[in-house]
Design a protein around this ligand. Structure first.
Ligand code: IPE
Ligand code: MG
Length: 228
């Protein structure tokens, strides 16, 4: 979800207004995704590198996050959304950590949409954490190093219980992954949009999905090509 700051700047508003508009855009996107019956949505809300922003902006983002945890969770719960957080939570203050845990508990039984919110998340940190957990299992004598294959490895990553993403949408014109789900995106279709995140609407979601529908996914094989 990129482009909040530029969106605000273009209107002569402070960046915080862009983030506010961005959280409204997220609510609309969740609605649109649910209308398509898509069962999983993972959003990059706060990266492990976002701490490098000015203290005031970090605080505004976390305040917005806290507000969402109290205000939006009820609505998400009523709509059958299960909310999960991925990333290193230890860096957050107590109220935020408690808020995340409460939100997860409250929505744990929901199954219409699984909404994963990446906070203080980094793809490399995800992989490194998995390696550390495996090393600890080996150290405890639960696992032989020779048993570590891609399947065993991926079980230690965040979201190991759900399928890898089919489609990645990045808004705001930048064409890079910025340390999002590095392992999990190996065969994901990438879609880049110049639209700034606060302007991203249901129509833009639909456009991304129809673009995806026309992609031919071969996963390294030959797909539809016969006798090649
Ligand atoms: C993305 O918008 C929001 C978060 C990182 C939380 P930006 O804040 O990166 O917006 P730009 O890229 O400066 O326009
Ligand atoms: Mg940005």
């Amino acid at each position: 979800m990129d482009g909040n700051g530029r969106w605000a700047q273009r209107q002569g508003k402070p960046r915080s207004k862009g983030h506010q508009a961005g959280s409204d855009a997220l609510r609309r996107a969740v609605e649109a995704i649910m209308e398509h019956g898509i069962p999983y949505l993972t959003v990059y809300a706060f990266s492990s590198e976002n701490w490098n922003r000015p203290t005031v902006e970090v605080k505004q983002l976390l305040d917005l996050f806290m507000k969402a945890l109290t205000r939006d969770i009820r609505e998400l719960d009523e709509h059958g959304v299960r909310v999960c957080f991925i990333g290193d939570r230890d860096a957050f203050n107590r109220p935020l950590r408690d808020g995340m845990r409460r939100a997860e508990r409250r929505t744990a039984g929901n199954s219409k949409l699984r909404l994963n919110v990446a906070v203080n998340y980094g793809g490399r940190a995800d992989v490194t954490r998995a390696a550390r957990q495996l090393a600890e299992r080996v150290q405890r004598g639960e696992l032989e190093t020779a048993q570590i294959d891609q399947q065993v490895f991926s079980q230690e990553l965040f979201m190991s219980d759900i399928p890898e993403p089919d489609l990645l949408i990045r808004t705001g014109g930048e064409q890079r992954l910025s340390n999002f789900l590095l392992w999990q995106l190996a065969y994901t279709e990438l879609y880049f949009s110049d639209v700034l995140w606060p302007d991203f609407s249901a129509e833009h979601v639909n456009a991304a999905l129809s673009d995806f529908a026309n992609r031919e996914r071969r996963f390294g094989g030959l797909g539809q090509v016969q006798n090649a």
